[in-house]
Design a protein around this ligand. Sequence first.
Ligand code: BES
Ligand code: ZN
Ligand code: ZN
Length: 504
Amino acid sequence: MEIDRQIAAFGEWQADALIFFTVENSPEPLPGFQRWMQTEAPWLTESPGLRDFQGKPQQATVLYAPHDQRIPRVVCVGLGALEKLDLEKVRTATATALRKCRDLRLSRPALPLLAFEGLPFEWPRALEEALIGGILGLYRFSALKTKDVDADTQLQSLVILSETDPGEEFPTAVRSAEAMASGVSLARDLVVAPGNRVTPTFIAEIAQGLSESYGCRMQLFNLNDALNMGMRAFAAVAQGSREPACIVVLEYCPTGMEDTPPIVFIGKGITFDTGGISIKPSNKLEAMKQDMAGAAAVLGAFEVVGKLGIKRRLIGVLPCTENMPDGKAYKPGDVIQSMSGLMVEVISTDAEGRMILCDAITYALQYKPAVIVDLATLTGACIVALGNEVAAVMGNREALVERLRGIGMEVGERLWPLPLWDSYFEYIKSDIADFKNVGDRSAGTIVGGIFLKQFVPDDVPWAHVDIAGTAWTEKDTGMAPKGATGFGVRLLVEIARRWDEPNI
Ligand code: BES
Ligand code: ZN
Ligand code: ZN
């Protein structure tokens, strides 16, 4: 969808619909809407449809003008009560409004900047978030459909209307929203697409494309290279698959920042998780194509950072492989020496995420990172604890975890902290090796975190985000249709953007 703009007096606005926000339980429409309505659409002030509209979240109504009006319809969309208003409501409301416009097959819907008047946000911020929500709400994955393709029903453009030139903040907000939406969409595309398409090689090709577009340095290691570097934990998982595995390392480095400690993002890239020899039951097994959502989020974040030219040195490490049962697959009981030297006793080959991530962490240490953040669909237990709307965050610095939680709240990717007290190490004590790769069933998500923590030196700030519940949604959320959510892209981008701010 193209974002266009028109700067003109009310009377010259051209659109086949205007979108306005409405607050619930408010006797008066928002001031900008009121002003426009009084001068340009007196018919609307009398409209019973407007009076009846309650303005609840995700509610929208279309009000039709009498014939011969320049603006033939108004789409009113609810924000809910003013006291409960946050940017998430603005994102979802815009998504709802644009979906309505798409259903009506409008060719030129418009959102006037004055629709934001009276809301407790600076307009550039509200506009940016509204556009992110609006664009992402229209997201569809149709690449693999050859029949009934609904491409022609996609909304072609949205016009942003203003009476006067809104200044430089306007193009900045639009550009930023477009970049963000394209990064989240990239992550969604990679997660919804199946495991026979999104193979480790395919992920490497996407990374290659990003590195060419944004001038990143890319290194690609195959299974043999990984073994030569001592990444035996990664290799243990990869050796059971016929699909060539790889580790992608992307470095985005604005000139002059070569010596700055980088931010390292690590993403779990299991392109299909059968469980390996500890094989999973077949019910809903197809869902395990999503097990590379961490890697997808890192790639999505690189897309945004590259598009916006954010001034930060970033490294992405993506260990990518399938987890398969095979004659060569690693087995329960095996003891594997990780790249760090630590010996891991494999209890479940289904706890493969931590096996590939631990070597990725050790690999990343050579960059002397300012921080490491890993994103992984690591544990089913995370869904039990927090459901599908909230991800778990853990780490070795409380302030870092808290900061990530705060950023997540702002961008609509909610995180909740879990503790990583040393006492949890008891759960993974091993009789014959340094530790096991799983405990019993208790505290599954924390145990995943405690395992990874063993590989992080105390002087390296580190956070681990378990996105097992949030990478995928079974129901339409308004901003994401059923399927991949792209969770994590916005979080990572904001970490990169705000790294210089205090308290991070
Ligand atoms: N990929 C799964 C976790 C997962 C579950 C992701 C559901 C997305 C949705 C992970 O590799 C796994 O199998 N974890 C095991 C850990 C256990 C063996 C300690 C699990 O959750 O059962
Ligand atoms: Zn698994
Ligand atoms: Zn997995």
